[in-house]
Design a protein. Sequence first.
Length: 631
Amino acid sequence: MAARYGVPDRLRRGLGPFAKTDDDSRGGVEFKVLMRIARLNLRHPWRVLIAVSTTVIAALFQLMIPQFLGDAVDHAHGFLAGGSEEDAKAALFTAAALLLGVSALRGLFTMLHNYFGESVGHCIASRLRMDFYRHLQRLSFSFFDRVHTGELITRGMLDLEGVRMFFNTGLVRVVLLATLIGIGSYLLLSADLVLGLLSLSFVPFVAWRSSAARLKLRWMWLLLQDRMAVLTQVMEENLGGIRVVRAFAAQIHEMRKFDDSSLKALALAYQRVGIRVRNTTVMTFAYFLAMGLVLWVGGLRVLEGEITVGTLAEFLAFMTILQMPVRQLGMMVNSFARASICGGRFFEVLDLKPRVQDRPGAEELVIREGVLRFEDVDFAFADDESAHKALSGISFEAGPGQTIGIVGPPGSGKSTIAHLIPRFYDVTGGRITIDGRDIRDVTLESLRRAVGVVQQDSFLFTASIENNVAYGDPWAVDERIARANRDAQLHEYVGRLPMGYQTLVGERGVSLSGGQRQRLSIARSIMLEPAILVFDDSTASIDAATEQRIRAATKDLTEKRVTIVISHRLSSLMHADEILFIEEGRIVERGRHDELVAAGGRYKDLYELQIRPGEDSVIRFADRDAPKKGT
């Protein structure tokens, strides 16, 4: 019972197409991901150049500040030791003016490097967002069969954000810190070797702690992104099925699921923040410890007259300048860890190859006669040779004006046949031809223009009725749209709406009934007048009288093209030129309606069950459907 009130295991385990491999934990893979992100940034060379150069210039101006402060302290100390007041004031004024000017220039260039650093990230994010969305349009149906929409949303939004931020919070910060420590180290060590070494003594410790934190944060980011994906999936399913949730008063159950996922993500976020804060605290302590040593040793050397007070102030000012970069070092490490994980997850989708795509040299499909032929077709959803075949040995032929009816029990492979014709999947054996040409040798775009599939689950977009009907041809004239709706027996209903064809259809078509959605889906397909029409149980929610009117209205349309009708309702396909009874992926009976009834097989039992339902018919059909002994 407890499992019913938690997050389903299928959401916890992750997704088939994204199964983790041992390579995911190797540093080489992580390095390649970071280098790939860096190369993406270089596609905007001028912005990168400005961001990096202004970062270096801002750091150089910042390094001038300790020297000006040291000079000011020495001049003030000289006045206290009996120097000229006028000379001291002039020197202090000059130092203050230089300090103010350098600070202003440093602020200006810091603003520029922040602006251009952010702009580079947004530029690559815009491009990657389009690449990601474009690639999703190309991936095959088999990919979407195994992946959850919430996972893709997470990768296309949250993971993309981690990639976007890497340039400004990672690479630019490395340049800033390298400039400050590199040039600053040279200046300090050349001024006084001992104090220079003490000033930089915290750097090796910080580097070690940063590396250790990076390894932990990388793993934490991976786990957090997985949990955020689960959270997104739970929310997406809840919103998509909100009417079912309300109908079954399951709000408390859904809140428990969401709360469970949310708390797990929150707990991991706390751990990640804890790691970053602890390491930042330790690194800051090391920094202040080094500053204390500089102050102690430097103070003693000032008392002994080996260095001036201004020189000591210069060392301390330099370390103060390093304070903020040191504090930000934890954020920089976090940025590298996040980018490596988010980039790896994001590119994992971009690098997927569509299983169904145009072959090299594929040509446009030109319909001459429009003859569809299945030649001993086999199909399995898995590539493994031992995988169960959803279809086996399917063969039939249909020419223009002919209708093929397909019927069979649920799971027998009827819809799979419909999905193979437009190459939503590729056959694993045999071939499908149109006018004698293998459909794998023609372009997908031309093939899908020639094949119209009307599915039982009619998906509608949040747009007007006109836009939904004209989805396949947005430039279709109004009369053509209206004619398709008349054929689908939807025109009169639309005419009674206050805004007519401009009426907005709710999300997923929820403002329409099931039959209306199916009729709109039929109108959307027949408006394109494809050479092959496939009705995949597309009239299941339409009453028999309306279905007969649709068939009569589309008679002229179907007389010129191949029509495939898949249905559980025999009245929908009794008129077919040939009916195929599919069972366990095989054709077990075929023929016209009267021939199949006379044969006294499975089709006749189903016919009697639907036309003259009775206890004897139900028992006889169930007995035939029961597993045979020994199977």
